[in-house]
Structure formats: structure tokens, C-alpha cells
Design a protein around this ligand. Structure first.
Ligand SMILES: NC(=O)c1ccc[n+]([C@@H]2O[C@H](COP(=O)([O-])OP(=O)(O)OC[C@H]3O[C@@H](n4cnc5c(N)ncnc54)[C@H](OP(=O)(O)O)[C@@H]3O)[C@@H](O)[C@H]2O)c1
Length: 308
């Protein structure tokens, strides 16, 4: 099969698509033929080596990718709750999703709800679990106001809608080209950049909770606005969070069952109650261009790879 591999830390040019062996599923595993795979900014950080102390790459032949969707082509022994041909949403903890086939524990896939766009299904694991963990952390109450930075990004757009569903009003910090998409989801857009604090104060007399999906000073902005440290959550700026007693959120290791969260959010999206826009689809062999696009850090929703 073809799979993304890299042998050294660096920019997207270190990524290669290689022929590698398909690993047959053993007891408790399934083999999934991947249709689409999601990409996430954290994969860029790992590939560049900036987090090598926490997430070291295994060279040569490091793989990548957490999010995928596809169909089961083979069952390992002892797997009786899934069937060959079944469409599934997958979650790899082993950076193996960017490949034509993924061999994975059966409890790391969940059935894809009918009617769900497979490109959206392939974008859910990291974004949905992280978004849910941020909302659980700040625990919005009906009638409160929650601000979300990078509200139009992959995590932010789900976190904003999940916060909205608690009955809170949500302010989404985004650029001008994302404003209408947020308005359409019931989120009040406020433009980032110079004068942000004044615009936020004008948009809401009081901000009760703040979800930071961008870093670069938003934790301090939240505290300047008078948000209590325990009601600020950041998924990016762990250093500042530690200084001010602000909770940090690591979505995929949060105290939750990721399969339950992904299943629930997938069903809500399939039912039209939540939306995860797909901003671009790249052919598998254009994986470098997909990551270069993601690295611009602008756009609404998720970028996916079309694998097979
Ligand atoms: N801790 C965890 O477990 C965890 C999990 C997932 C992700 N993350 C991290 O969380 C961050 C968000 O991930 P993601 O997948 O949502 O990223 P993403 O989709 O790449 O986010 C892009 C968004 O950032 C917005 N943006 C650009 N400049 C901004 C600014 N100055 N202020 C506010 N927003 C700005 C863009 O808005 P416009 O297009 O309107 O400019 C765009 O919608 C990344 O740093 C990622 O590594 C952490």
C-alpha cells in the first residue's frame, strides 16, 4: 500500500509517499481501507521536531495521521461487533492514518452514521474530542457568554457550536472572511487584531468563559477581560496557562471515551444539528500542499486528504 513517511524533521518537503506492507489484523484488530484522512496542525509541529521531547518521531519511516474514515476489509479474530464492508470513523494513536490501509484495534473505530459526509467523518477524532474537552472544562451555563479564539478553525468551529448548545451566547474571534460562516451557525463574530479587547467589551458587557484555540496572547486577553482563570481553557498556550492557573486541554487524552464523543458528534452532524465545514480536499499525493495550506492558519473548517 501507499503511506506517508518521513525520515527527518523538517518542512513539508520531508514528506514522501512510499510503498509499505499492509499489516494483517491480529486478534481484536480490523483492517480499514481508508477513503479520506484528516490533517491537523499538531502533525506539523511533530514533523518539524518542535515537540520531539514529548512526541519523538521514530526514524526511519515515521508515519503520520490520527483521523481517518473508510470501510472495513478484514476482521481479526474475536471481532464480532463489526462486519466487512462497514463504513467506519477511525482514530489512530499511532500516527498511521495517512495510508491506504490502517490496521487498528477494533475499539478505535466507530460506525459512520448514515448520511454523514465521509470527508467530515475523516476529520472528527482530534477536532471533536478536543472541542468537547474545552467545553467540558469551561462548563458554560445557559445565558452566559463564551468567547472562542480561532472560532472558525477545525477545533474552534465545533467548540463554538458545542458551547452554543449549552444555552450560552458565543462570540467567535475570527478574520473577516470567516465572519458570515460563524453568523450562519449562531455565533457572533468579532474580528481579531488591534483593538480586539475593546471590540469584545462592546460585543458583550461580560465574558464568563474563554476557549483559546490559537495561543499567542489569548490567555492574557481572557484574564484582562476579567474571566476567572479556571474558566479559561487553552489547547495551545500551555506555558502561559501554567503561569496563571489556567486549565490546559489535551483533547485526545482528556478524561473521556473518545469513541463515545466522536460517535455522538458524528450523529449530530449527520442530523444537521452541528456543522463541520470542509474547506479543501487534496489528493493523497498532494499531501505536502495540503499541509502548506493548513500552515497558513486561515480558513473555515477542515482540510482532508482523499486517499482512495
Ligand atoms: N491540545 C490539543 O489537544 C489540541 C488538539 C487539536 C489542535 N490543537 C491546536 O489547536 C490549534 C487549533 O487547531 P485547529 O485544527 O482548529 O487549527 P486551524 O483549523 O488551522 O485554525 C485556523 C483558524 O485560525 C484562525 N486564526 C488565524 N489567525 C488568527 C488570530 N490572530 N486570532 C484568532 N484566530 C486566528 C483562522 O481564522 P481566519 O480564517 O478567519 O483568519 C482559522 O479559522 C492548533 O494550534 C493546534 O495545534 C491542540
Amino acid at each position: 500500500m501507499k503511506a506517508v513517511r518521513f525520515d527527518e524533521y523538517g518542512d513539508s518537503s520531508v514528506l514522501h509517499i512510499r510503498d509499505v506492507n499492509v499489516i494483517p489484523p491480529t486478534s481484536g484488530q480490523v483492517l480499514v481501507k481508508v477513503q479520506y484522512a484528516g490533517i491537523n496542525p499538531g502533525e506539523i509541529v511533530i514533523r518539524e521536531g518542535a515537540m520531539r521531547d514529548f512526541f519523538p518521531a521514530r526514524f526511519p519511516g515515521e508515519g503520520q495521521g490520527s483521523d481517518f474514515a473508510g470501510s472495513i476489509v478484514e476482521l481479526g479474530t474475536g471481532v464480532d461487533h463489526l462486519r466487512v464492508g462497514e463504513a467506519v470513523i477511525g482514530m489512530s494513536d499511532k500516527r498511521s492514518a495517512h495510508a491506504e490501509y490502517v490496521t487498528i484495534a477494533a475499539n478505535r473505530v466507530v460506525p459512520m452514521p448514515k448520511g454523514l459526509d465521509p470527508r467530515v467523518a475523516a476529520s472528527l477524532y482530534v477536532a471533536a474530542t478536543t472541542a468537547q474537552a474545552t467545553v467540558d472544562t469551561v462548563a458554560p451555563q445557559p445565558g452566559e457568554t463564551v468567547a472562542v479564539s480561532a472560532a472558525a478553525g477545525g477545533v474552534g468551529i465545533l467548540a463554538s457550536q458545542l458551547a452554543r448548545r449549552t444555552g450560552a451566547d458565543v462570540i467567535g474571534i475570527a478574520g473577516p472572511s470567516s465572519a458570515q460562516a460563524l453568523r450562519d451557525l449562531g455565533i457572533q463574530p468579532v474580528e481579531y487584531g488591534e483593538g480586539l479587547v475593546e471590540r469584545l467589551r462592546e460585543a458583550a458587557p461580560r465574558i464568563d468563559a474563554f476557549i483559546d484555540c490559537f495561543g499567542h496572547g489569548y490567555v492574557e486577553t481572557a484574564l484582562d477581560l476579567g474571566v476567572a482563570p479556571e474558566r479559561v481553557a487553552t489547547i495551545v498556550d500551555f506555558g502561559t496557562a501554567q503561569r496563571f492557573g489556567v486549565p490546559v486541554v489535551v483533547g485526545t487524552s482528556a478524561a473521556m471515551d473518545p469513541t463515545a464523543v466522536v460517535s455522538r458528534i458524528a450523529r449530530l452532524i449527520a442530523a444537521g444539528e452541528l456543522s463541520l465545514p470542509i474547506r479543501a480536499v487534496y489528493p493523497f499525493d498532494e499531501v505536502r500542499a495540503a499541509y502548506d495550506d493548513l500552515a497558513t492558519r486561515h480558513g473555515v473548517g477542515k482540510i482532508v486528504l482523499s486517499v482512495g
